[in-house]
Design a protein around this ligand. Structure first.
Ligand SMILES: Nc1ncnc2c1ncn2[C@@H]1O[C@H](COP(=O)(O)OP(=O)(O)OP(=O)(O)O)[C@@H](O)[C@H]1O
Ligand SMILES: [Mg+2]
Length: 418
């Protein structure tokens, strides 16, 4: 196995990038009255049951404002409240009362409904039927933002929830290649999962392959939101809002910002938008891992600039090596510090009459990690379970663990899921 070690491993006691200690998210929920508004009796009682006995069910918004005058209030509006998609009749109340936080449950959750609701001052929108865990998590987040003193909070904005983490600067690791199919997404997904298992704080994975991102599929996620929702309400994007858009990978706790569901939405996200998203994420995450497409554009160049480390992935064939050589030349021309570029040779054990040393000589860069080829990779991709979870004893999982060791030391007991 030693051939799959990093070229210049640091001693185990001195990992390349120690994980900084950080406080975790507050988990207790401030006691804010919760009112469930839904005309349909069975939908109303289902939502109320999901929230437990603290929730008060009502069938309309009439009289609510007077009944809860002068006190913070959390409204959960059921699907029947949306007379026009994303429009509920609560808009006036929400603009008058910054101390009222509202969550909308929508029958057909589309980007349009989401954007309309966020513009109307909702703090979160979830698709019906809503999962109990997701609903309670959204309620906890909004309740916490309501408990923050209101000065400086504009109506409809989620106040930053994670105050004690401000000033943090998580490490950004971008996985890139100038060759399609080199293994970027497999690497990004598995590295994200390993770091989420190891780090004491939050780890996020951003799918910046904006046209054809497959991270959600690789992690078997059915996300409620994508990066399009973040830029759709760009002027009100803050930590609390961005956090509400992240999907959670249950087995590892990794937080995922998925790519748009349709390629046509990709051009809504420019370099400026991506930069802000990364800056917000790193303000409360230990690590932000980014998957990218196989070409340079403004967004990718901005990501490379913003990154602390770039994992440049190359497969073991001549077209891969040729394209990666051009990629490296481009990065040098752009004055990218070579110290942050790490060459990762994927399928490094393939019997393809190409030696690792030959590749290193051609690229004039020493490989930082060698990842073997293994049939368990496509098998795990097809299952939607990252190979480090699906086949943890395989040689590829072990090589990925060694890659993760560079950023965060392994932990004896896995951290608890959030
Ligand atoms: N080490 C490996 N062993 C076996 N198969 C692999 C390995 N790495 C990647 N693959 C397979 O290669 C295919 C492409 O991998 P992946 O999707 O990660 O590449 P990519 O660089 O993200 O591609 P794209 O440019 O299309 O986004 C996948 O089907 C994956 O299962
Ligand atoms: Mg990919």
């Amino acid at each position: 196995m030693s051939e799959y070690l990093w070229a210049d491993d640091p001693p185990a006691s001195e990992p390349g990038h120690p994980v900084r200690a950080m406080s975790s998210f507050p988990t207790s929920e401030p006691s804010v009255p919760i009112v469930v508004v839904e005309a349909d009796a069975s939908a109303r009682s289902r939502l109320t049951m999901q929230l437990g006995e603290r929730a008060v069910p009502v069938d309309t918004l009439d009289g609510i404002e007077g009944r809860y005058a002068g006190t913070p209030l959390l409204l959960v509006l059921g699907p029947s409240c949306s007379t026009i998609p994303g429009n509920t009749g609560a808009e006036g109340l929400l603009s008058r009362r910054p101390d009222v936080g509202a969550i909308l449950i929508a029958d057909n959750l589309s980007t349009e409904v989401f954007q309309q609701a966020m513009r109307s001052g909702f703090r979160d929108v979830l698709g019906a039927p809503v999962d109990t865990g997701q609903l309670n998590e959204a309620v906890r987040r909004v309740a916490q933002s309501l408990a923050v003193p209101s000065q400086g909070v504009t109506p409809g904005y989620a106040a930053p929830v994670i105050e004690e983490e401000h000033g943090k600067r998580g490490q950004v690791i971008t996985v890139f290649s100038t060759k399609g199919g080199a293994g970027k997404s497999v690497l990004a997904a598995n590295l994200g999962v390993l770091l989420a298992q190891r780090a004491s704080g939050t780890v996020a994975l951003v799918d910046a392959d904006l046209q054809f991102g497959d991270i959600a599929v690789m992690l078997k996620l059915a996300p409620q939101h994508t990066i399009v929702d973040a830029v759709g309400s760009f002027d009100r994007l803050d930590v609390g809002f961005l956090e509400s858009l992240l999907a959670t990978h249950g087995p590892s706790g990794l937080k995922v910002l998925p790519a748009p569901l349709e390629p046509a939405f990709a051009d809504q996200i420019g370099a400026e938008q991506m930069h802000k998203i990364i800056e917000l994420l790193r303000s409360f995450c230990d690590f932000v891992v980014v998957d990218t497409p196989a070409y340079f554009n403004d967004v990718v160049l901005g990501l490379i600039e913003d990154s602390d480390d770039v994992l440049l992935v190359a497969g073991m064939d001549i077209p891969n090596i040729k394209n990666v050589k051009i990629g490296l030349q481009t990065l040098r021309l752009l004055n990218t510090p070579m110290s942050k570029i790490h060459l990762i040779l994927n399928r490094a054990n393939s019997k393809v009459k190409l030696e690792v040393s030959e590749v290193e000589r051609t690229l004039q860069v020493k490989a930082d990690a060698l990842i073997p080829s293994d049939v368990v990779v496509p098998q795990s991709v097809n299952k939607g379970t990252p190979v480090v979870i699906d086949a943890p004893r395989s040689s590829i999982a072990k090589s990925l663990e060694l890659l993760a060791d560079r950023f965060a030391p392994p932990v004896a007991t896995k951290k608890k899921r959030r």
